[in-house]
Design a protein. Structure first.
Length: 126
C-alpha cells in the first residue's frame, strides 16, 4: 500500500481534486459503491458519462491509501459482492481544508473574469 501525502497546495481546479471533494461529500451520509458514486455525480452538476470508470476506482484507491475513506466488501443482498466506501475523519478534515483553498481559488477566478471582461469591453468601445 502506498501512502502519498496530500497537501492543501495541490487542490486547485484539477478535476481529480474536484472529484475527491465530490466523492467525500457524497459519502458523508451513506456508504456507497464506486458505481453508485459515479452515478451520483449528477447531483453536483457533473455528467457521469464524462468520468471513465477506471478514473473513479483509481481515485478511490488513492483516497483510501491516504486515509480519506475506508472500504469493505458488502455481500448482503442479491448479486455479486461489491466494495462500498465510507468517509473517515481525515476525509472530513480534507474537505474542510479543500473548502478554504477552493474559496481562495474561486475569488481569484472571479477577479480574473472581471478583469478580462472589463478589458474586452474597453476593446469593443474603441
Amino acid at each position: 500500500m502506498r501512502n502519498k501525502k496530500i497537501g492543501c497546495a495541490k487542490f486547485g481546479f484539477k478535476m481529480s481534486n474536484i472529484l475527491y471533494a465530490v466523492f467525500l461529500y457524497l459519502l458523508m451520509d451513506n456508504s456507497l459503491s464506486g458505481y453508485t458514486l459515479t452515478e451520483e455525480l449528477s447531483k453536483v452538476g457533473i455528467d457521469p458519462s464524462y468520468i471513465p470508470t477506471g478514473i473513479t476506482y483509481r481515485l478511490l484507491r488513492d483516497m483510501e491509501a491516504n486515509g480519506l475513506l475506508v472500504s469493505k466488501w458488502e455481500t448482503s443482498g442479491t448479486g455479486p459482492a461489491k466494495r462500498v466506501y465510507r468517509i473517515t475523519e481525515s476525509g472530513k478534515k480534507y474537505l474542510e481544508a479543500w473548502i478554504v483553498k477552493a474559496k481562495r481559488n474561486l475569488n481569484t477566478m472571479q477577479n480574473l473574469i472581471s478583469l478580462i471582461e472589463g478589458r474586452l469591453k474597453d476593446e469593443q468601445n474603441k
